[in-house]
Design a protein around this ligand. Structure first.
Ligand code: BDR
Ligand code: CA
Length: 315
């Protein structure tokens, strides 16, 4: 199985990523680390624990950075709700377990260094923890198997015309990660908008008969509604951003990837937080660009939906 750490800020789509990572038979989720992003880190940590314990997973959850490296903190509580995981009805069972001892950054360093070349780090929130880990231990870039992240876009953003939330919320951190030399796979809005959750999918979860099917369906209903309110496209459903990098680890053949040079814009202007993807075609003899990122450009939407529903149904 593919061994992974999931660094996240749950978040409704992070919730689906967590469940897929914890349940897919070809993945081994070794730790979950949390970061401030959709909501303050205390909330994202509580949400991660609540989701994992509800589905019977005992994976350790380490709390991480409570703010971005440099910029002022911006959350997405207007989107995911005050606690980062609002429901349209039933809630997951409460959980008052404390996070595992130690900081997320220390946990990431320890786990990667204990198994060089073995551990994939997936990030589905701002990349603050990973940036701190790479600054403390630059050699981590060579020891990690791969970093697969949800963030950025080859085209339009979602919080600004240029920027996607996870990159914009800590662009300095994202820049450290993208310039680290680690093997990188990017799942940006250009591909996550092909990976939709529809009302019919949510109905399948609701009718699947498990103990958690009502709370899960109600949480996903909230996500469909908040997404339609913010971005329209109600009939298309809501993009399932965060499960994409996890789905890639479980079933890489669902995605088409393209190696590209990608830079993170950190100048304080209107492109702050943009992932500038160099898609120019150049003759090979004039092309000395470093293609630092494998960028997902297409997903098999039906195959992706079945993969995700397979993890959610019957819980
Ligand atoms: C990203 O922003 C967050 O709100 C989601 O959880 C996802 O990680 C999409 O831009
Ligand atoms: Ca997220």
């Amino acid at each position: 199985p593919t061994r992974l750490i999931l660094d996240c800020d749950p978040g409704h789509d992070d919730m689906v990523a967590l469940i897929l990572a914890a349940r897919h038979p070809s993945l081994r989720l070794e730790a979950v680390t949390t970061v401030a992003g959709n909501a303050p880190v205390r909330d994202t940590t509580r949400n991660a624990l609540r989701i994992l314990r509800a589905i019977g997973s005992r994976v350790p959850v380490y709390q991480g950075a409570d703010r971005p490296l440099m910029r002022t903190q911006q959350t997405a509580q207007g989107f995911h709700g005050e606690n980062g995981l609002a429901s349209a009805g039933a809630e997951l069972p409460p959980c008052d377990e404390a996070p595992a001892p130690g900081h997320a950054v220390e946990a990431i360093i320890r786990l990667v260094e204990a198994s060089p070349g073995e551990i994939t780090v997936v990030t589905t929130g701002p990349m603050t923890n990973l940036a701190l880990a790479l600054r403390l231990r630059p050699e981590l870039a060579r020891r990690v198997r791969r970093i697969a992240f949800m963030g950025g876009s080859t085209g339009a953003g979602n919080v600004t015309p240029a920027a996607e939330f996870n990159i914009w919320a800590d662009a300095e951190a994202a820049r450290i990660v993208l310039e680290s030399g680690a093997p990188l796979a990017m799942f940006g809005l250009n591909v996550t908008h092909q990976a939709r959750l529809t009302p019919a999918h949510v109905e399948r979860v609701r009718r699947s008969g498990g103990r958690l099917c009502e709370p899960l369906a109600d949480l996903l209903t909230f996500y469909l509604e908040t997404s339609a309110r913010h971005f329209g496209e109600r009939e298309l459903g809501a993009p399932l951003h965060d499960p994409c990098p996890v789905a890639y680890l479980a079933r890489p053949e669902l995605f088409e990837m393209q190696a590209l040079p990608v830079q993170v814009v950190t100048d304080g202007g209107s492109a702050y937080g943009m992932t500038l993807c160099d898609t120019r075609v150049l003759p090979p003899e004039r092309d000395d660009r470093k293609r630092n990122v494998e960028v997902a450009v297409r997903v098999d939407a039906a195959g992706f939906a079945e993969l995700v529903l397979g993890a959610l149904e019957g819980l």
